[in-house]
Design a binder for this molecule. Structure first.
Ligand SMILES: [Zn+2]
Length: 449
């Protein structure tokens, strides 16, 4: 086995982290940032990276990844999903517990944590709030918390019983962990497949109304008020939900919220030709909601852009809209999809080319915060991930070209599944290097594991 070079000099890049934007070089050694200075002298023994025209950012952190292991290894494994993550610029993933079996016990946590030791990036896990995600009885959250679990969620479904959710919030508060809710009232969702609106009416497909999400967001805001516990809202997809989150945060309630790249980029009209790749839960919404999500984005309502990377085998998607599985993959292309759409939202030049980002420093910091230090804080992994890029900090770093325009092709995917919604989307900004704990895992856009 070739021993990896563990000393790197990153020269000429523009650093963006929670301290701001600055021109500086970085020296990486032994897994940490050994120096972060305006100019670092060249020296032998360091592998040098020319980062001129590139942005050097803390490594991306995804709060919402489905890795499908154990139980559906044909769709994804911890290893294949991690490799997709490296290509997308991620250095840490938080994997969802809706595997088979569910990650709902200390034994299950111990099993997946062992599997994740082999991963080329840092994989963290969230645990289930209720046993088997059945919404009936609470899991042993404190025992799982002792093993390092910091987020708990029944993602895939919301906790339907308000009283049980209240007890879960009280329990979580007592042990210092955060609950994350997939907001969907199952009765209102009524086994729908896509957004309820003009598109569902034209296609004759059963819809999921915005209200299915909005009523649970409203209920849970009141439960946070009642309990004082922290709550994270997963994949907010409607304008109303984002407005409610904005008001609740303005009141000082301990609430955070994420938005997905696909809800920011894709409207439900994508389903007009019955393409099941675009079937996802919560569903792609109308353009009115997409406008509302961007309004919320610019108002600083969101704390994270999270992929909801949801791999599915071909068989699960090669069927009717009603029968197809919910979900799309997102780790590869997530950042480029959001930055590309941000260019369109801000009416910025579409001509590409290498060089300085067209975004203002404030816009750049805001975007990167949603991919790095803010999600790292929510997952309570900010000692290791999310920067800042200062001396003695762990070297979890992503370097991207902020102007490169590109298209993602099927042949680029390293995921075991192919259900990416971005093949026809103009992406802006491509990840060129990813460093995980000081080791180069992506080199000039190619995996080096
Ligand atoms: Zn979900």
């Amino acid at each position: 086995m070739v021993k990896p070079i563990r000393k790197y000099l990153i020269r000429g890049g523009t650093l963006v982290d929670s301290t701001g934007v600055r021109r500086a070089d970085l020296l990486l050694e032994g897994g940490t940032i050994a120096a972060s200075e305006a100019e670092i002298e060249r020296s032998k023994g360091y592998f040098e990276i020319d980062a001129q025209g590139l942005i050097v950012s803390p490594g991306f952190v995804d709060l919402h990844t489905h890795l499908r292991q154990p139980g559906n290894e044909k769709a994804e494994t911890i290893l294949s999903g991690s490799q997709a993550g490296i290509l997308g610029g991620y250095t840490a993933l938080v994997a969802m517990p809706n595997t088979s079996p569910t990650i709902d016990s200390p034994e299950a946590v111990s099993y997946v944590q062992q599997l994740a030791e082999e991963a080329p990036l840092d994989v963290y896990f969230s645990g289930a709030i209720t046993k088997g995600r059945l919404g009936e009885s609470l899991t042993e959250m404190s025992k799982m918390a002792d093993m390092g679990i910091r987020l708990f969620t029944d993602d895939g479904t919301g906790v339907q019983n308000g009283q049980l959710m209240r007890r879960a919030l009280e329990y979580a508060k007592g042990i210092g962990v955060t609950l994350a809710q997939h907001c969907e009232d199952a009765m209102l969702a009524n086994a729908g497949s896509i957004n309820e609106g003009a598109v569902s009416a034209i296609l004759g497909v059963k819809g999921i109304p915005n209200a299915a999400e909005d009523v649970m967001v409203a209920r849970d805001i009141e439960l946070v008020r009642l309990t004082g516990a922290r709550l994270h809202f997963l994949h907010i997809s409607t304008a109303r939900s984002s407005a409610m989150v904005q008001m609740a945060k303005a009141e000082g309630l301990p609430i955070t919220a994420e938005v997905t790249p696909h809800h920011l980029v894709l409207p439900d009209t994508k389903l007009m030709d019955f393409n099941t790749v675009f079937k996802v839960n919560p569903p792609l919404r109308s353009d009115l909601d997409r406008v509302g999500l961007w309004k919320a984005y610019f108002a600083g309502v969101f704390d994270a852009v999270a992929t909801d990377h949801a791999p599915h085998q071909k068989e699960a998607k090669d069927t009717t809209l009603d029968a197809a599985a919910f979900g799309m993959i997102g780790l590869q292309g997530a950042f480029g999809a959001v930055l590309g759409e941000l260019h369109r939202q801000l009416d910025l030049p579409q001509n590409g080319g290498r060089g300085r980002s067209d975004l203002s420093d404030e816009q750049l910091i805001h975007l990167i915060s949603l991919f790095t230090w803010k999600p790292a804080r929510i997952a309570q992994i900010d000692e290791v991930h999310g920067g800042p890029l200062l001396r003695a900090k762990p070297a979890n770093i992503t370097i991207f070209d902020p102007k490169l325009r590109w298209r993602l092709g099927d042949e680029d995917l390293v995921s075991r599944s192919r259900n990416s919604p971005y093949f026809d989307t103009d992406l802006v900004g491509k990840v060129i290097y990813t460093f995980v704990n000081g080791e180069m895992k992506l080199k000039e856009g190619e995996l080096c594991l």
